[in-house]
Design a protein around this ligand. Sequence first.
Ligand SMILES: Cc1ncc(COP(=O)(O)O)c(C=O)c1O
Length: 389
Amino acid sequence: MNFDQKLERKHTNSIKWDGHKIFNANPEALPLWVADMDFKSDEHIVSALSQLAEFGVYGYSFEPDSYFEAVMGWMQRRHNWTIERNWIFSTPGVVSAVNACILALSNEGDGVLIQEPVYHPFKNSIKYNKRIPVINPLKLAGTHYSIDFSDFEQKIMNEKVKLFILCSPHNPVGRVWTQDELTRMLDICEKHQVIVVSDEIHMDFVYEPNHHSVAVSLNEGYKDFVITLVAPSKSFNLATFKLSQLITSNEHFMEKIKHEYERLGLHGQNQFSIVASEMAYTHGDAYMDALVETLMTNIEWVKAFVATELPQIKVMDIEGTYLMWMDFRALNMSQKNLVDFLMNQAKLWLNDGSMFGEGGEGFMRVNVATKLDTLKQAFDQLKAAINNY
Ligand SMILES: Cc1ncc(COP(=O)(O)O)c(C=O)c1O
């Protein structure tokens, strides 16, 4: 595992590194935005994909038993979660699964609850499908976010909420929800018959002493109304393969969700994606452990640098994910000016906090899954720009 290896991602059709024209960004800005990593994937994956590429025949394919066993094995070993083969459905990305769940399990005009600031495609998926986004804003005290449970229940009761899309661990605020928080949310959902779609794509990025609990595993009864979405795409930098896993033991839900994919003619699997996922979930433990350690070093470095060199900025507590959520409100800029200042003065391409909805103004999201040298350069640029301002 060499996460320090020099890697030139420019001119590889990378959205992060080459997407300036598409996103109207400054081509000189250092990209620390979209959530993929500037690290090579695990060698087991690279070598299995090379073998497949060499074979040269790329016909229609399906998931072998060994793929399902790999998914089950990872969830058991890493997350103490026992699942069965027929609870797993391969989906082309987690966002597509969120959309499929919305379509399959709610009706036009129903409320769908989300906790902003949150991963922005959730709200788009709700709106595209003519459901109503209902916001339970996260509460910020100092640098720590928490849940307003009374607002959570009130919104469910008053706004015809049918579905709750949970982000766990939470992107962008970096929280790893505790068992107590998860149980309180899910108990309220159970009481009011709200179906929960639990997006746990960041489940493998958790920093001690925090612990990720798979929401559905916390109580036998949750199986009836919680659907879990996972993927090896964040953990092993496999986003291009567009393969994720939707997991539910509720057969009725499963049938309705599969039907949504059938309606679009989305069936069959990309063999490269299957091989990559199977290798990741079978052999990826050492890679994942080393990656989390590397990210922890990066996070600690950023926290220390900001504390001593950039007192104007506040770093929110980060318990999981590789996305740091930073408060720039003390600079007293409008959001538009802040984004422009960072892009064109500091020459940093970050995610504009306002895209994550309510509570995002004044904040920016910084992806630290890159080499420490790159982070050092980025924060030197930021310091110089702020000192100049
Ligand atoms: C919470 C969350 N869900 C889903 C995704 C994307 O999933 P996919 O690329 O599988 O659609 C991301 C990517 O950043 C994410 O942060």
